[in-house]
Unconditional design. Structure first.
Length: 320
């Protein structure tokens, strides 16, 4: 008779263990279903930017002597809004920036040179759509005089505008470039994605000093690009992250030099874009530092031009 209560206690004990384990299993499944990319409570954000942009152009018409940016430091401000509108069953989030280069030059005088950049971005799901306009005037070149070299101002102006569409092919809801480069999403685990996309671009160069042998001192290039690459973000505790980004682009375009000799050329242009970002994501304040490096080649007529672009960008975001 005494064995019956013991058996009953054993059955009740096993049943209690099973019942106690059920909520734990349900909680685990619920945790697994939580989104890998989370939004912030505040939709509106202010963006504060500081950039140092280095541009070096080597042109065979100028003996491959480097022309370097004369006004590299810029400050900017922007804003963003989460879920601005819904289109095609996708939430379109928005950000806008404008940057102006400070009148701090690498040569004495010539502070009348101007440079600024503005851009707009949308993020429907795993897409990154952007439009950008950049104007830069004023370069310097090194003149080899005795007893020592000196810097000379070159009045070269560049207008560059493009529309870009990049698709994060293998993001699968686990990766977004917005977390590292725009600080508008929180990515919870380390993940990456293949990048596929393209862009339409127009680049106009005006050589007011007539040193690069453009016809009528003007060159106009319109190109269509195909881009492919890969990016990955490493997520650490307490909101810190590191992102690596690499894209190779190939463009087919047409060079127009505004002359009457039918010297316009169809060109095939390669370009690479390598960047990295590290920073911190907080509920109200976030910041990052981005390192950029890019290289491209332009062929026109008998000449070729190589452009290298490097930049250090710092961004701080305050959400409201």
């Amino acid at each position: 008779m005494k064995s019956i209560p013991k058996a009953l206690l054993l059955v009740l004990s096993l049943a209690g263990t099973c019942l106690a384990s059920e909520p734990t299993t349900g909680s685990s499944q619920q945790t697994e279903q939580e989104p890998e990319i989370s939004t912030f409570r505040d939709r509106f954000s202010l963006r504060f930017l500081t950039n140092y942009n280095f541009i070096s152009i080597q042109n065979s018409a100028f003996g491959d002597e480097p022309l370097e940016s004369n006004r590299p430091l810029s400050l900017g401000i922007g804003f963003g809004y989460d879920s601005l509108f819904t289109l095609f069953d996708k939430s379109w989030d928005f950000s806008f920036d404008i940057r102006y280069n400070l009148p701090i030059t690498t040569t004495d005088g010539h502070t009348n040179a101007r440079a600024f950049e503005t851009g707009i971005n949308f993020f429907p799901d795993d897409w990154w759509l952007s439009g950008n306009f950049r104007y830069y005037s004023g370069f310097t070149t090194r003149i080899h005089d005795e007893p020592r070299d000196r810097l000379k101002f070159v009045d070269l102006s560049i207008y560059d505008m493009y529309f870009s569409a990049l698709w994060m092919v293998s993001a699968n809801g686990k990766f977004t470039p917005r977390s590292a480069y725009f600080l508008e999403r929180r990515q919870k685990r380390s993940a990456g994605s293949i990048i596929v996309g393209g862009r339409l671009q127009r680049n106009i160069a005006k050589d007011n000093d007539g040193i690069l042998l453009y016809e009528n001192n003007r060159r106009d290039i319109t190109t269509t690009w195909g881009d492919v690459g890969y990016t990955y973000s490493f997520i650490f505790r307490r909101g810190y992250f590191v992102n690596l980004w690499g894209v190779l682009g190939l463009a087919y375009g047409r060079v127009v030099t505004d002359d009457d000799n039918d010297n316009d050329d169809n060109v095939l242009l390669p370009e690479f874009d390598i960047r990295s970002a590290f920073g911190y994501l907080g509920d109200k304040w976030s910041w990052n530092t981005v390192l950029k490096s890019g290289y491209s080649i332009v062929l026109y007529g008998e000449y070729n031009e190589r452009k290298y672009v490097g930049a250090i960008e710092m961004l701080a975001v305050r959400r409201f």
